[in-house]
Ligand binder design. Structure first.
Ligand SMILES: Cc1cc2nc3c(=O)[nH]c(=O)nc-3n(C[C@H](O)[C@H](O)[C@H](O)COP(=O)(O)OP(=O)(O)OC[C@H]3O[C@@H](n4cnc5c(N)ncnc54)[C@H](O)[C@@H]3O)c2cc1C
Ligand SMILES: NC(=O)c1ccc[n+]([C@@H]2O[C@H](COP(=O)([O-])OP(=O)(O)OC[C@H]3O[C@@H](n4cnc5c(N)ncnc54)[C@H](OP(=O)(O)O)[C@@H]3O)[C@@H](O)[C@H]2O)c1
Length: 457
C-alpha cells in the first residue's frame, strides 16, 4: 500500500486536528505524519493566547494531547520552518505539507501617535501574560487610566487582565513575573473603546458577562450609548447573541456604577461605544497622554459615520486589540492584504497565477485569517484534508522518505529539537511546580530552560 509521508508545520489546534482527521479518514493509503513546531511546547494559542483565567477552555489541551498521545504522530518541537527546515527539505522527504502556522502579531492601526511610548498591541501583551518564550519577559504597567481599542474577545480578555486584582489571578497558570507586575499595577480605570455600537460588537455574551463578575471592579456603561437606531433594534430582535449582549448591558445600566457616577469598587472597567480612535496624544518625551476619538453614529446598515464630535480621554497607556495578523513564510506565497497564505479551500495558490501549488496546503488561521474559535479549526482541517486525500496524483515524489532522514538532517544542522516524550517531561515539570501552591501548573517561560527540561539535560 502507498504511504503518504506528510509534514505538518505548526502544532496549534489546526495542525493537530488536521493530523487527527487524516488519521481517522477512510483512505486507500497508509499515513505517516511529522509535526514541526517552532516552540518547545505544542498547542499554539491555546497555550499562548487563551486567557489564564479561562481554565475550562485551556482544558481543550486534554483533547489535543489525546491526539498526540495516540503514538502515530512524531513531533519535532523547537524547529522553525524557514530557519531550521525549508520547503526544499520538505519536498525531499515528504509527499505533501500542511501549513498551520496561525497568527501571533497585532494587526496595524493607522492613526497618528500609535507608535508612542506606552502604546502597545494587545497580542504582545497577551504573549507576555501567557508566558510566550519569544517575547520580552518584562512589562511595565503605568498610570491609573489605561485604554483598550477594540470590541472583540481579545479586547475583553486583555482589558479584564488589566482590571482584575492580581491575587484573583494567582490560582491560574500565570507565570510568577506576570503576577508580580500585575500585583504592582497602579491601574484604577480601564477604558474600552468600540468604534460601533453595542449591537455591533464582536465579543460574545459569555465573555461580556464575565466582566460583571470581577471582584472589586465595577463595569461602567453610559446611557448616551444606548440610543438605538432601527438597524440596532433589528439586530437585537433577530440575533440571539446580540439580544443576550444587550440584556447584559441593560442590566449594567441599572447598576450604581452606570455613567461613572456611583459604584464602590476600587477599580472600574468602562465600556465606551460609538468611539472611533483618531489620534494618540503624547507629551514632549513621546509618552502616551490621551486618546482622541470621534463619536460615531449608525449609518443604518451596521456601519458608522463620524458625527464630528471629538473627545479626549486622558490615559497613561494605550492597548489596541484590533485583530491579529499572519506572517509570511519563506518560499510560500502570501496575501499581504489579509495576512494569509492564498488558498482555495486549503489548497495553496500561486501568488501571481492563482494556480494550485501541488503538495502544499494550509489550514487554521493562516488559511482563513485570524477569526474564529478553536472548534472552527476542526471544520477547517476537514476541508483541507479532503483536498489532500483527493489530490493523490499530484503529491510530491520525495527523494528520501525514510523516517530516519529528518532526525539526521536536524542533527547535522545542530538543531536541538524536542519530541513527544520531551513535551511530557516539560508538562509534568510545570504541573509539579504548581502543586505546592495548589495551582494547575506554573509555566516555564525561557526557551532554553524549556528545551533543557524537555531534552532531560
Ligand atoms: C488572545 C486569544 C485568546 C483566544 N481565546 C480563545 C478562547 O478562549 N476560546 C476559543 O475557542 N478560541 C480562542 N481563541 C482563538 C483560538 O486561539 C484560535 O482559533 C486557534 O488557536 C487558531 O489555531 P491555529 O492552529 O490556526 O493557530 P495557532 O493556535 O496560532 O497555532 C499555530 C502554531 O504554529 C506555530 N508556528 C508558527 N510559525 C511557525 C514556523 N515558522 N515553524 C514552525 N511552527 C510555527 C506556532 O508556534 C503555533 O504553535 C483565542 C485567540 C486569541 C488570539
Ligand atoms: N474567549 C473567547 O472565546 C475568545 C477570546 C479571544 C479571542 N477569541 C476569538 O479570536 C478571534 C480574534 O479575536 P479579536 O478580538 O482579535 O478579533 P475580532 O473579533 O475581529 O475583533 C476586532 C475588533 O477590533 C475592531 N477594530 C478593527 N479595526 C479597527 C480600527 N481601525 N479602529 C477601531 N476598531 C477596530 C473591530 O471593530 P469592527 O467590528 O467595527 O471592525 C472589532 O471590534 C475571534 O474570533 C474571537 O472570538 C475568542
Amino acid at each position: 500500500m502507498t504511504t503518504l509521508r506528510l509534514a505538518i508545520v505548526g502544532a496549534g489546534p489546526a495542525g493537530i486536528y488536521a493530523a487527527d482527521i487524516l488519521l481517522r479518514t477512510e483512505r486507500n493509503f497508509d499515513v505517516s505524519i511529522d509535526l514541526f513546531e517552532k516552540l518547545p511546547a505544542p498547542y499554539g494559542l491555546v497555550r499562548y493566547g487563551v486567557a489564564p483565567d479561562h481554565p475550562r477552555i485551556k482544558g481543550v489541551v486534554n483533547a489535543l494531547r489525546d491526539v498526540l498521545d495516540r503514538g502515530d504522530i512524531r513531533i519535532f518541537g523547537n524547529v522553525t520552518y524557514g530557519e531550521d527546515i525549508t520547503l526544499d527539505d520538505l519536498k525531499k522527504h515528504y509527499n505533501a505539507v500542511i501549513f498551520s502556522t496561525g497568527a501571533i502579531r497585532d494587526a496595524a492601526l493607522d492613526i497618528p501617535g500609535i507608535d508612542a511610548k506606552g502604546s502597545f498591541g494587545a497580542a504582545d501583551f497577551v504573549s507576555w501574560y501567557d508566558g510566550h518564550p519569544d517575547v520580552p519577559r518584562t512589562w511595565t504597567i503605568e498610570g491609573e487610566h489605561v485604554g483598550m481599542i477594540g470590541n472583540g474577545n481579545v479586547a475583553l480578555d486583555a482589558a479584564r487582565i488589566l482590571a482584575k486584582h492580581a491575587d484573583d489571578l494567582l490560582p491560574t497558570e500565570i507565570p510568577q513575573n506576570v503576577y508580580d507586575v500585575l500585583k504592582a499595577s497602579p491601574v484604577t480605570d480601564v477604558h474600552v473603546f468600540g468604534r460601533r455600537g453595542p449591537a455591533q460588537v464582536k465579543f460574545t455574551p459569555l465573555e461580556l458577562r464575565e466582566l460583571g463578575d470581577m471582584n472589586d471592579v465595577d463595569v461602567v456603561v453610559y446611557d448616551e450609548d444606548f440610543d438605538y437606531d432601527e438597524a440596532s433594534r433589528e439586530a437585537i430582535a433577530t440575533n440571539k447573541q446580540v439580544k443576550v449582549i444587550d440584556r447584559v448591558l441593560q442590566k449594567w445600566r441599572e447598576r450604581p456604577s452606570a455613567n461613572g457616577t456611583g459604584g464602590e469598587a476600587s477599580r472600574r472597567l468602562h465600556l465606551h461605544f460609538w468611539a472611533k480612535p483618531v489620534e494618540v496624544k503624547t507629551d514632549d518625551d513621546g509618552n502616551v497622554t490621551a486618546l482622541v476619538y470621534e463619536r460615531t453614529t449608525s449609518d443604518g446598515a451596521g456601519g458608522v459615520v463620524g458625527t464630528g464630535e471629538v473627545r479626549e480621554q486622558k490615559l497613561s497607556q494605550l492597548y489596541r486589540a484590533v485583530g491579529y495578523f499572519g506572517s509570511a513564510l519563506p518560499g510560500l506565497p502570501f496575501d499581504e492584504r489579509h495576512g494569509v497564505i492564498p488558498n482555495h479551500e486549503g489548497q495553496v495558490l500561486a501568488e501571481d497565477s492563482n494556480d494550485i501549488v501541488p503538495g502544499v496546503y494550509a489550514t487554521g488561521w493562516i488559511k482563513r485569517g485570524p477569526v474564529g474559535l478553536i472548534g472552527h479549526t476542526k471544520s477547517d482541517a476537514m476541508e483541507t484534508v479532503t483536498h489532500l486525500v483527493n489530490d493523490q496524483s499530484s503529491w510530491w515524489q520525495p527523494e528520501d522518505p525514510s523516517a530516519e532522514a529528518i532526525p539526521a538532517l536536524l542533527e547535522s544542522r545542530g538543531v536541538e529539537w524536542t519530541d513527544l516524550d520531551g513535551w511530557h517531561r516539560l508538562d509534568e515539570h510545570e504541573v509539579a511546580l504548581g502543586e505546592p501552591q495548589g495551582r494547575a501548573r506554573v509555566k516555564v517561560v525561557p526557551r532554553d530552560e524549556m528545551v533543557k527540561i524537555s531534552r532531560g539535560e
